[in-house]
Write a protein that binds this ligand. Structure first.
Ligand code: PMP
Length: 426
């Protein structure tokens, strides 16, 4: 494929935007080469500035669960835009999407909308600290909860891809309140709680990790965290920015039947517009300003265009009872197809999958945490990435990311993807 125009556009962007991108992982630094500039997208396909067509497995890193430019969402945004794009005053649509989200997700009474997943997680932790009166938090190595200071401690995703899981600029004072645990290792979490008795406000976790590839919780790990939190008066925060409205209508809480105290959302809930949210029961949410003492705000929070996109998206997901089965079946088909090809061609690999999140790791070790995920960050991954791209398939340009399957993918697209994998390694 030719990327002449993308290269030229990237060179121009580099002059005025740091690294030429507004979010690091877009820059292709981990895999080499020039990032592709998108011209437009529809359904399962990206159309780039050089006229190439690519099957998209990133889907804006999750939001486009029904495919790009999904008409009900686009039309809702257009209709709203004609009536004014921001007021900084209450609008009815905020209550409508809040009511729908509360009806779809278990264990929440109230939800507050923000503008990104970062803001959702940052605010959730502040609320947990304010509610419990404790300072420390536990997070897991390889989990990413956005770029706010408390979370840039062995963070996953772009942070680890670019070798700055502990970013300069995060003060020692902030870092000391974030305790780091190993994903899927309950003894490790227990030891941290014992060593910091009475000081831990919350445990925040991606209930299915998606920022070190896709890593499922093993052996009732989430249930065990729930029990530890109950025993020690710690709030359990599920960061469902990836999993929310993706793994089930009620997200990971529903799928694994585990209750979280606070749930964070992003991606799907905004239908592709900048939206995040955090939610909990009345007792916790009533601690937020203006009802309670924990401050949190946003000029553009609950923005009408963003709420219109989110409401249209959640309405579609709420009305389509088969969507999650369809997504699961498509992803399972892809999983089997890729596994068969890689096995047949003697390519060492492990594939992880939960619902419509899937990742291919080029190592034989079972991937259960950050250390095992890191083994797949190797030359084979780079070969795979560029090979797939040359065959018209766009996957994340980092071994520390999950693929997001969209309902717009047809079985023909999946077959083309499996054939591309065969072409890369044969
Ligand atoms: N939490 C998780 C689990 C995420 O995957 C991300 C983004 N990939 C975030 C939080 C941060 O969201 P945003 O990029 O919208 O700030």
């Amino acid at each position: 494929m030719i990327y002449k125009r993308s290269s030229a556009l990237f060179a121009k962007a580099e002059q005025v935007i740091p690294g030429g991108v507004n979010s690091p992982v877009r820059a292709f630094k981990a895999v080499g080469g020039t990032p592709i500039f998108v011209k437009e997208a529809k359904g399962a396909y990206l159309y780039d500035e050089d006229g190439n067509t690519l099957i998209d497995y990133i889907n804006s890193w999750g939001p486009m669960i029904l495919g790009h430019a999904y008409e009900p969402v686009v039309n809702a945004v257009i209709d709203k835009a004609k009536k004014g794009t921001s007021f900084g005053m209450p609008t009815e649509i905020e209550t409508q999407i809040a009511e729908l989200a509360v009806s779809m997700v278990p264990n929440i009474d109230k939800i507050r909308f923000v503008n990104s997943g970062t803001e959702a997680c940052m605010s959730a932790v502040r609320l947990a600290r304010g509610y419990t009166g404790k300072d420390k938090i536990i997070k897991f190595a390889g989990c990413y909860h956005g770029h706010s200071d408390s979370f840039l401690i062995q963070a996953g995703s772009g942070a680890v891809t670019f070798g700055s899981p502990n970013s300069p600029g995060v003060t020692e004072g902030t870092a000391k309140d974030t305790l780091l645990a190993k994903y899927n290792d309950i003894n490790n979490v227990e030891a941290l709680i014992e060593a910091n008795k009475g000081e831990i406000a919350c445990i925040i976790i991606e209930p299915v990790a998606g920022n070190m590839g896709c890593v499922p919780p093993k052996n009732n790990f989430l249930q065990q965290l729930r029990s530890l939190c109950d025993a020690h008066n710690i709030l359990l925060i599920f960061d469902e920015v990836m999993t929310g409205f993706r793994l089930a209508q009620g997200g990971a809480q529903e799928l694994f039947n585990v209750k979280a105290d606070i749930v964070c959302f992003g991606k799907v809930i905004g239908g592709g517009l900048p939206v995040g949210a955090f939610a909990a029961n009345n007792a916790i949410m009533n601690h937020l300003a203006p009802l309670g003492p924990v401050y949190q705000a946003g000029t553009l929070s609950g923005n009408p265009l963003a709420m219109a996109a989110g409401l249209a998206m959640l309405t579609e997901l709420n009305n389509d009872k088969e969507i999650y089965t369809r997504l699961e079946e498509k992803t399972a088909y892809l999983h089997k197809g890729l596994a068969d090809v890689l096995t047949q061609l003697n390519v060492t690999h492990t594939i992880n999958r939960v619902g419509s999140m899937i990742s291919v790791h080029f190592d034989e070790t079972e991937v259960v945490d950050f250390d095992t995920a890191a083994k797949g960050n190797n030359e084979t991954f780079k070969t795979f990435f560029h090979g797939m791209l040359n065959n018209g398939v766009y996957i994340a340009p980092s071994a520390f990311e999950t693929w997001f399957i969209t309902d717009a993918l047809t079985y023909e697209d999946l077959d083309k993807t499996i054939a591309a994998c065969h072409a890369v390694f044969s």
